[in-house]
Design a protein around this ligand. Structure first.
Ligand code: GSH
Length: 215
């Protein structure tokens, strides 16, 4: 299998963290694209939505959407499952939805800020999305010590990658939110020291800078 990826994508990061933590990384190769041109060339034939991550299966078909890619990888190992089937089954799915939901809203905010020429930028759209992000952080603050307590699961990875995206793309907003969410920020500071997080940290794609912005 082959994962189509970009280093800046928080959803790709979640899949890569997942693969490292479940030791399923050797089951696929990663094609790290470095430009919007490569994205446009390779991704739509595999995923009609044109989004990454997408996994090219061994039969040549595309398998899309990060939660499903993670769930598929979870079926390929015999270690502790990151999509639990016990009593915390639905709670973990909701944590995944919250982490990915924060990322979705943050991307809408940064897309408005980065992809539109300044005169067409609508500050109220950015504020509307960032309000959702800060409500999401409020909800996560309540979960530290309970759902965010050192256990590993797909929901925890989604939350960590959402925090990583905020820190990378909207650092001022990220810093401003810290005083209202001290437990969450302490949890994240510790979690991001994991090798899986360090090895997948986002950075700007040098060659893509003059092309259409990415996430
Ligand atoms: N729900 C999808 C979201 C994927 C997504 O939005 N990926 C972004 C990159 S971070 C993308 O490919 N955007 C390009 C586009 O929308 O055309 C997932 O979890 O995989």
């Amino acid at each position: 299998m082959k994962l189509y990826a970009r280093i800046v994508s928080p959803y790709v990061r979640k899949v890569r963290v997942f693969a490292k933590e479940t030791r399923t990384e050797a089951r696929f190769e990663t094609f790290m694209m470095s430009s919007a041109a490569e994205h446009r060339q390779f991704v739509p034939p595999l995923n009609p939505m044109g989004k990454i991550p997408v996994m090219e299966l061994d039969n040549g078909k595309g398998f899309a959407d990060s939660p499903y890619i993670c769930e598929m990888l979870d079926s390929l190992h015999d270690g502790p499952k990151m999509f639990p089937t016990g009593p915390d089954r639905w709670q973990v799915r909701q944590l995944l939805a919250l982490g990915d939901g924060i990322t979705d809203c943050a991307i809408m905010a940064t897309g408005e800020a980065r992809m539109r020429p300044e005169q067409f930028r609508e500050q109220s759209v950015i504020d509307f999305q960032l309000l959702k992000v800060s409500r999401g952080l409020d909800a996560l603050e309540e979960k530290v010590g309970a759902e965010l307590d050192g256990k590993l699961n797909v929901g925890v990875f989604a939350v960590a990658c959402a925090m990583g995206y905020l820190e990378f793309r909207i650092p001022d907003f990220f810093r401003k939110q810290s005083s209202a969410h001290p437990k969450l920020y302490a949890w994240y500071e510790s979690f991001k020291q994991r090798p899986s997080m360090i090895e997948t940290a986002p950075r700007d794609e040098v060659s893509a800078k003059t092309q259409a912005p990415s996430s």
